[in-house]
Write a protein that binds this ligand. Structure first.
Ligand code: NAD
Length: 307
């Protein structure tokens, strides 16, 4: 019988599927810290995590029976993939299950910042009646950096809302762009140059860390609105704060941060900036996405173990 340890909150549907197949499932939400997990992991064949648990090299090396690490979500940046590979441990995820949830949030974020709805709401809480002036997203140009599952889902929805859309990726995905009816480029400077909105959908890798930096911001259109629901580290947020202060960047909507929750003074200043709409990494937090993820991840675990 396979033993499964779950250290982050996962919806029950997939866990039930595993139990029905004879797996023993142990949920221990206190074991997410590497120093605890490296002891707790012993004797388990499968580890299920979301983004909170950091599956470090030390954790992987102290595991004695581990065969599969399952990320109930898409980004794998919290798992030491190299260490897993060295020990022959399979890593599975559920990338398709979340794309609609994240894409819907991105659309909501664009409209919120364009209409300055977050600002009006903040003022309302302070007892002020702020009839702010905004603009419409229809007819505006959207650049999508990272034309993967989520990026393409955003593209479809933005196009349906009347935006002119261009995708950018390290791979030539022009055929997929054509299918959706949007433009595509492999040139980063070209994708940002005329964009009214820029949304980030690359994974966090050594190549994407700080890829949106001061130099690139300076090449963007004045007053551009930037959305980041990928990972905080793909953008230099200190440069973003300066650009918001100078007015070079007109607004930003952020769901992810280099430090979660944001505690540093400068990061708190960024989050509190009047032209910033900030959420607490809720991109995948819908009942539908979490249910789909739980089921998909159970299937991937069974596949990986040949059950
Ligand atoms: P995906 O793998 O389908 O797409 C990522 C795309 O980025 C790929 O097309 C890839 O070729 C491209 N890419 C990789 N490196 C690049 C580079 N250096 N330059 C340009 N393009 C590059 O992944 P996805 O499912 O679309 O998810 C994207 C990211 O969104 C995840 O890795 C995760 O970090 C983040 N995410 C956030 C939330 C949230 O709650 N906010 C939820 C899910 C995913």
């Amino acid at each position: 019988m396979y033993r499964v340890l779950v250290t982050d909150k996962v919806q029950p549907e997939g866990l039930e599927m595993l139990k029905e197949k004879g797996f023993e499932v142990v949920v221990d939400l206190d074991a997410y810290k590497p120093e605890v997990l490296k002891e707790r992991i012993k004797g388990f064949d499968v580890l299920i995590v979301r983004s909170r648990t950091k599956v470090t090299r030390e954790v992987i090396e102290s595991a004695d029976k581990l065969k599969v690490i399952a990320r109930a979500g898409s980004g794998l940046d919290n798992i030491d993939l190299e260490a897993a590979k060295e020990k022959g441990i399979k890593v599975v995820n559920a990338p398709d299950a979340l794309k609609n949830a994240v894409a819907e949030l991105v659309i909501a974020m664009m409209i919120t910042v364009a209409r300055r709805a977050h600002y009006s709401y903040r003022a309302m809480l302070d007892g002020k009646w702020e009839k702010v002036m905004g603009f419409e997203i229809a007819g505006k140009r959207l650049a999508i950096i990272g034309f993967g599952r989520i990026g393409r889902e955003v593209a479809k929805k933005a196009k349906a809302l009347g935006m002119s859309v261009i995708g950018y990726d390290v791979f030539d995905l022009s055929d997929l762009a054509k299918e959706i009816g949007v433009e595509f480029t492999q040139n980063l400077e070209e994708v940002i140059k005329d964009a009214d909105f820029i949304t980030l959908h690359v994974p966090l890798t050594p190549q994407t860390r700080n890829m949106i930096n001061e130099e690139l911001i300076n090449k963007m259109k004045d007053g551009v609105i930037i959305i980041n629901a990928a990972r905080g580290e793909v953008m230099d947020y200190k440069a973003l704060l300066e650009a918001l202060k100078s007015g070079k960047v007109g607004g930003a909507a952020l769901d992810v941060y280099p430090e979660e929750p944001p505690k540093s003074e400068w990061l708190r200043e960024l989050v509190a900036h009047p032209n910033v709409f900030a959420t607490a990494h809720i991109g995948a937090q819908t009942k539908e996405a979490q249910k789909r993820t739980s089921i998909e991840i159970a299937k991937r675990i069974m596949e990986a173990l040949g059950v």
